[in-house]
Design a protein around this ligand. Structure first.
Ligand SMILES: Cc1cc2nc3c(=O)[nH]c(=O)nc-3n(C[C@H](O)[C@H](O)[C@H](O)COP(=O)(O)OP(=O)(O)OC[C@H]3O[C@@H](n4cnc5c(N)ncnc54)[C@H](O)[C@@H]3O)c2cc1C
Length: 525
């Protein structure tokens, strides 16, 4: 497959670039331009928090690319690599089309950024990201499940942990998600009769002294005052050192016990972009590809970039800055980029990206938002209504707009839905992180998983006082069970440790089908 122009990425930058180019080229666009995206929808990220907070349905926050980008060939697939020398994209289209090649004349890089949770021990295992619709739905299910469990237990400390949510990161995602979850849980508690006087606690942890630094400190301070008034706990200038299944440990030694941890930090450059920069020897700005004012990569006239993966110079009332990584910039850059490509196809000169910043909005809870428009700051229902109206205007087609409007009107009147529709994930292998002295399992408890110790060490304690230290590489399995399938030892982390749990069907297979019988403990295998 060959196209004159391939747009890589179907987010704000890529989708609006494709939509505009399709309009400019008309029917001829379908032969000449392809949009390659991992999913066939554009996700409206700013509203994901409302899906997590059960205030919007998942279909309300996506835009179907095929309907949005007319006169452009939309191809769904994950780009594995860009081979610049051959001008080829290798694309994984799905189970039966793993290795597909698409060649291009010009390439638009609009792949956004990715999340790297590996920097904080335990974050990848227990931190819940909010980057996709699936993440938002999983978080919603987790929060409802915590309410259900809290309603069952008598133990006050456990109930408090179940009703505590820690949100790490005070940028857009963190502030919006924390606000939504606080409202959702507070509003829903009236349906759970056994929660007693245990409070709903939502703690927002941020490494800097001000929230929402992407959109300006003043709006951040404004959001902070409103959130605090609504009962959210804020921990500013606080860094997370480690996370376990039941706690968040801070670098100053403090901790919060919680069973739901949302992570909105760890933004990292897209690996496909990093690889291409390596091939071309391009210098980046914190992983973002540097472009000139026309969104072209200097020295490579066939390469363009926009959105979060690009560092685009922006003239902000006379001062040249790098455009911030926000949706409104990504969208405007996408449109300018399309116009510039159309101009070059006609043999005209591309024009610089210019944008007059109008202001910014962030939804911070049910029917509540903070906004700064033309220098005026306001919050509350009007800001929130404006926010939704702006989104509605961006949806393609009257029918879709009408459907979403009806959904939203229902949601204004009726309480949020508490149904759980996602089955629990069937991850038969699960990564586990333990902090020092954390219990892995107790003697007498039913075995629900076998464990492989990837790093650190685990101490086994027997009731007669005997202890054994298991080093990295040890396996905790059948050898430690009694005839009834219960653990004969108590296992505790001697130091910070990483394990892989073998659960579900994989555990059954090991135990039953392979007829695994008691055998000596295998250490350091
Ligand atoms: C939860 C959340 C809330 C936010 N709230 C706000 C807000 O209130 N206001 C605001 O201005 N900004 C907000 N942002 C930031 C905003 O969403 C981004 O700045 C914007 O999405 C950037 O657009 P983009 O096109 O560069 O990247 P994205 O929108 O991330 O799009 C990148 C696209 O590339 C695709 N892609 C990536 N890798 C591959 C691959 N290998 N193969 C194929 N496709 C690939 C992705 O699937 C995606 O379609 C928020 C972000 C998040 C996550």
């Amino acid at each position: 497959m060959h196209y004159d122009v391939v747009i890589a990425g179907g987010g704000f930058a890529g989708a609006y670039c494709a939509k505009t180019l399709g309009k400019l080229l008309g029917k001829e666009g379908s032969r000449r331009v392809a949009l390659v995206a991992e999913w066939n929808v554009m996700v409206f990220h700013p509203m994901l928090a409302e899906v997590a907070g059960s205030s919007l349905a998942p279909l309300d926050v996506v835009n179907p690319l095929r309907q949005l980008c007319r006169h452009v060939d939309v191809l769904q697939g994950g780009i594995q690599r860009i081979d610049w020398a051959r001008k080829i994209l290798s694309v994984d289209g799905g189970r039966f089309t793993r290795d597909h090649e698409i060649s291009f004349g010009q390439l638009v890089l609009a792949l956004g950024s990715v999340t790297d949770l590996s920097r904080v021990p335990g974050m990848a295992e227990y931190g819940r990201p909010v980057k996709s619709v699936a993440d938002a739905l999983r978080l919603r299910s987790a929060v409802i499940n915590r309410l259900e469990e809290a309603n069952l237990v008598q133990d006050g400390a456990l109930r408090a942990r179940l009703l505590t949510v820690v949100v790490v990161g005070g940028g857009y995602t963190g502030v919006e998600t924390a606000g939504q979850l606080l409202d959702f849980m507070t509003e829903s508690r009236r349906y759970y009769a056994n929660l007693g006087d245990t409070p709903i606690r939502v703690v927002l942890v941020h490494g800097h002294d001000r929230l929402l630094t992407e959109i300006g400190a003043e709006l951040g301070d404004y959001a902070r005052r409103i959130l605090e008034k609504r009962g959210m706990e804020l921990r500013l200038n606080t860094r997370v050192a480690e996370i376990a299944a039941d706690r968040v440990v801070f670098s100053d030694g403090g901790l919060i016990e919680a069973h739901t941890i949302v992570t909105t930090i760890g933004n990292a450059p897209n690996p496909v972009v990093v690889d291409l920069c390596g091939q071309l020897g391009l210098a980046t700005e914190r992983g973002r590809v540097r472009t000139d004012e026309t969104l072209r990569v200097p020295g490579h006239p066939e390469l363009w970039s926009a959105g979060d993966c690009a560092a685009v110079p922006w003239n902000d009332r006379g001062t040249i800055k790098t455009a911030p990584p926000t949706a409104q910039f990504a969208q405007r850059q996408g449109v300018r980029l399309a116009r510039n490509i159309a101009a070059t196809l006609r043999g005209d000169e591309p024009r610089p990206f210019r944008y007059r910043y109008l202001g910014q909005m962030a939804a911070i809870g049910e029917h509540d938002a903070v906004a700064e428009v033309f220098g005026f700051r306001f919050s509350g229902f009007f800001a929130w209504w404006m926010w939704r109206t702006v989104y509605l205007a961006k949806l393609p087609g009257v029918l879709r707009r009408l459907r979403v409007m009806i959904d939203w009107t229902f949601e204004l009147i009726f309480p949020r839905d508490l149904s759980i529709v996602l089955p629990p994930p069937e991850d038969v292998l699960r990564a586990i992180h333990l902090v020092k002295d954390e219990l892995l399992f107790e003697r007498g408890a039913h075995c629900r998983a076998f464990f492989y110790l990837r790093s650190g060490s685990v101490r086994l304690n027997a009731p007669d006082g005997e202890t054994r230290l298991l080093p990295k590489g040890s396996v905790l399995d059948q050898a430690l069970l009694d005839d009834t399938g219960r653990w004969r030892w108590t296992a505790v982390a001697e130091e910070s440790a990483d394990l892989t749990a073998i659960r579900g069907r994989a555990l059954k297979l090991l135990q039953t089908e392979l007829k695994l019988t008691a055998r000596p403990l295998v250490e350091g295998r």
